[in-house]
Design a binder for this molecule. Structure first.
Ligand SMILES: Nc1nc2c([nH]c(=O)n2[C@H]2C[C@H](O)[C@@H](COP(=O)(O)OP(=O)(O)OP(=O)(O)O)O2)c(=O)[nH]1
Length: 138
C-alpha cells in the first residue's frame, strides 16, 4: 500500500547561511515521547503537501515560515519513515512569530551546526539529519 505522507520542516535560523536547526521533542504518543523530530505532520485529504506544512507549523509552533529548498530523499523524493509513513522535508525560516511547543511537543531547541546530531532523534530521522550535516549548505 502507498505510504501515508508526512510533511515536515528543517527550520533554520537563516536559509542563506544555516547555522542553527530547530529540533522539537515529542511529548506524545508515549512510544515517541522524549525523541526529537522535525515539526510537521500528516497531509489531510484535499490539502497540498505545502499547505499541510504551513498548517502544521502554525498549529504546532504558532509560526509562519518561508520555505526554502526541499530536502529531496532517496525514496521517490521522499524519506521512508516506516511501513506506514513517508516524509517530505523542506528547509524553512521563521517569518512571523516565535516557535513555542504548543501541542505534541514539550521542548524546542535550536541546535548549533556542530550539534545537529546531539539529541536523540526519532530512529527514522537520524539518516536525514546525517544527510543535512553532510550536505554543503546552503
Ligand atoms: N512530524 C514528524 N513526524 C515524524 C518524523 N519522523 C518520524 O518518524 N515521524 C513519524 C511520527 C509519526 O508516527 C508519523 C506522523 O507524524 P505526526 O504524528 O507528527 O502526524 P500528525 O501531527 O498529523 O498527527 P495526528 O494529528 O494524527 O496526531 O511520522 C518527523 O521528523 N516529523
Amino acid at each position: 500500500m502507498a505510504p501515508v505522507l508526512v510533511v515536515a520542516a528543517a527550520i533554520v535560523d537563516d536559509l542563506d547561511n544555516p547555522y542553527a536547526l530547530l529540533a522539537a521533542r515529542r511529548a506524545t504518543p508515549a512510544s515517541l515521547a522524549g525523541r526529537w523530530e522535525f515539526p510537521g505532520g500528516k497531509v489531510d485529504a484535499g490539502e497540498s503537501p505545502v499547505q499541510a506544512l504551513h498548517r502544521e507549523l502554525r498549529e504546532e509552533l504558532g509560526v509562519r515560515v518561508t520555505l526554502g529548498d526541499e530536502v529531496v530523499g532517496p525514496d521517490e523524493g521522499a524519506w521512508r519513515l516506516s511501513e506506514t509513513y513517508a516524509m517530505r522535508l523542506w528547509f524553512a525560516e521563521v517569518s512571523a512569530g516565535t516557535p513555542e511547543p504548543l501541542v505534541e511537543h514539550d521542548e524546542l531547541r535550536w541546535l548549533p551546526r556542530a550539534h545537529w546530531l546531539d539529541v536523540p532523534w526519532l530512529d527514522a530521522d537520524v539518516r536525514i539529519v546525517e544527510h543535512l550535516v553532510g550536505a554543503r549548505l546552503p
